[in-house]
Write a protein that binds this ligand. Structure first.
Ligand SMILES: NC(=O)c1ccc[n+]([C@@H]2O[C@H](COP(=O)([O-])OP(=O)(O)OC[C@H]3O[C@@H](n4cnc5c(N)ncnc54)[C@H](O)[C@@H]3O)[C@@H](O)[C@H]2O)c1
Length: 423
């Protein structure tokens, strides 16, 4: 046996012992998590971590290894924290690359400095319609933060802004270890995540969604991108965030119509997956506890995107109302919000009893109930929709609340269905 072989065998033996110790440590972490759940305590306890680090450093017999041992200890603590978070949160999204937690709690924006790793260069992206105080809260938690404000509105989701964000990072000397934080609705989230996905082939991305729609829908799942040559979301990528912070308090400044548009996506998810959530909305309308509603919708979206990360199958259920909705949105040219168009787009694609319940809900939530165009006026835009696969398209049909069918048909068949069901 050479010296090298011997040393490697010694390393293997240490690794075996460490693996067993790691499992033992994690079993103890499970108990800590159970206690914290019971007592409602946060995962991060900085004082305890600092104390453990000091105590363990004192155990070292070779002080020359202090620096490496600190790195090792911090890694173990980070893994323990991540494990606790996974155990404590039903809102952990597992992905091919690992996964990310969603932190849903009032006031979490103010704790961004504790929740996110901002001890590096940070590009914060927001838009001119998002109250400045939200992005500034994150900025003030950074030592090395830079703020980019794009004009509010869908038109900002373009290649020029994408390029502007890349420029800011390049000029600011951002490296692969730095990160991007989105503070805004779906427009900001889609744009910022796309820039993070492309800069140096991908850097960390955190999302702090500030509209109801982005909190329940666009902030998880990883789809990002910009509009191109008049086509929505034509150029983009899949970029999973490292973490999502959802603070329902920021919705207090959101315009009522934007709130309603967010409820449309929630109603969509309830219609296809949750008779309980649907009934809660019917019973309590806007008085339904907001965090409970957000959490229920997020759990649906989380489940769907985990089953189908790259939208090749069941994830298409999230497009309920979207195939026709996009056609309406294109025809409306900015006069209707995305969520309003989705709401209208669901109406012809469900059984009459479901439709009646949807209309009643829309009235309660301030959503439109009648499509203001003829089918022929929106048909051209539907045909241009990129969700057509060759000469077939897939739409979602809801026969009963809480269920769905994916139907793949020819455009002509889809046209006939819409015509038959049009109100
Ligand atoms: N990536 C995905 O999976 C996904 C899913 C659904 C939608 N989207 C995209 O999301 C976008 C729509 O997102 P949206 O509905 O959040 O719209 P948005 O981002 O345009 O925000 C709506 C408006 O609300 C303002 N705003 C945001 N937060 C606010 C707050 N807390 N208080 C006051 N004003 C606030 C914004 O300035 C904006 O004017 C579309 O581009 C759509 O394509 C993406």
């Amino acid at each position: 046996m050479t010296l090298l072989d011997k040393a490697r065998e010694e390393i293997n033996e240490c690794d075996r012992a460490l693996a067993a110790l790691f499992e033992r440590r994690m079993a103890a972490v499970e108990q800590v998590a159970a206690y914290k759940r019971e007592a409602g305590l946060p995962v991060l306890d900085s004082a305890r971590e600092a104390e453990v680090l000091q105590r363990n450093l004192a155990l070292l017999q070779n002080p020359d290894l202090a620096r490496e041992y600190t790195v090792f200890q911090k890694g173990v603590m980070a893994a323990s924290r991540a494990y606790q978070r996974r155990l404590l949160s039903d809102l952990y999204v597992e992905t091919a690359e690992g996964g990310y937690p969603i932190e849903l709690s009032r006031g979490v924006l103010a704790r961004a400095g504790e929740e996110l790793d901002l001890d590096r260069r940070v590009l914060i992206v927001t838009d001119s319609g998002v109250p400045a105080v939200y992005a500034n809260t994150v900025l003030s938690a950074c030592k090395n933060g830079v703020l980019a404000v794009v004009p509010q509105g869908e038109a900002s989701k373009n290649l020029a802004n994408f390029s502007r964000l890349l420029n800011i990072m390049a000029e600011g000397g951002f490296t692969r270890r730095d990160c991007v934080v989105a503070v805004g609705g779906g427009v900001v989230g889609d744009l910022a995540a796309f820039a993070a996905s492309a800069y140096m082939r991908g850097i960390d991305f955190y999302n702090i969604p500030t509209t109801l729609l982005s909190q329940v829908d666009s902030s998880i799942g990883g789809k990002c991108g910009v509009d191109f040559e008049g086509y929505k979301n034509m150029v983009g990528a899949f970029k999973q965030p490292s973490k999502v912070l959802i603070d329902a308090d920021v919705l207090s400044t959101l315009a009522p119509r934007q709130m309603a548009a967010g409820y449309a996506e929630i109603i969509k998810m309830a219609a296809t997956h949750s008779p309980e959530l649907f009934s809660l909305l019917e019973r309590e309308g806007k008085d339904a506890p907001l965090e409970e509603v957000i959490s229920a919708a997020l759990r649906i979206k989380r489940q769907v995107v985990m089953e189908d990360e790259k939208e090749s199958g069941v994830r298409r259920v999230l497009n309920f109302g979207h195939t026709l909705g996009h056609g309406i949105e294109s025809r409306a040219a900015g006069t209707l919000l995305h969520g309003e168009c989705v709401a209208l787009g669901m109406l012809p694609l469900c059984a009459p009893a479901v439709r009646a319940r949807l209309v009643a809900l829309y009235e309660r939530f301030g959503l439109p109930t009648r499509i203001p165009y003829t089918l022929d006026a929106v048909w051209g835009a539907i045909l241009h929709d990129k969700k057509m696969a060759g000469d077939r398209l897939t739409y979602v049909w809801v026969e009963e609340v809480g269920t769905f069918e994916l139907r793949t048909v020819t455009p002509r068949e889809f046209y006939e269905t819409l015509k038959g069901e049009a109100r």
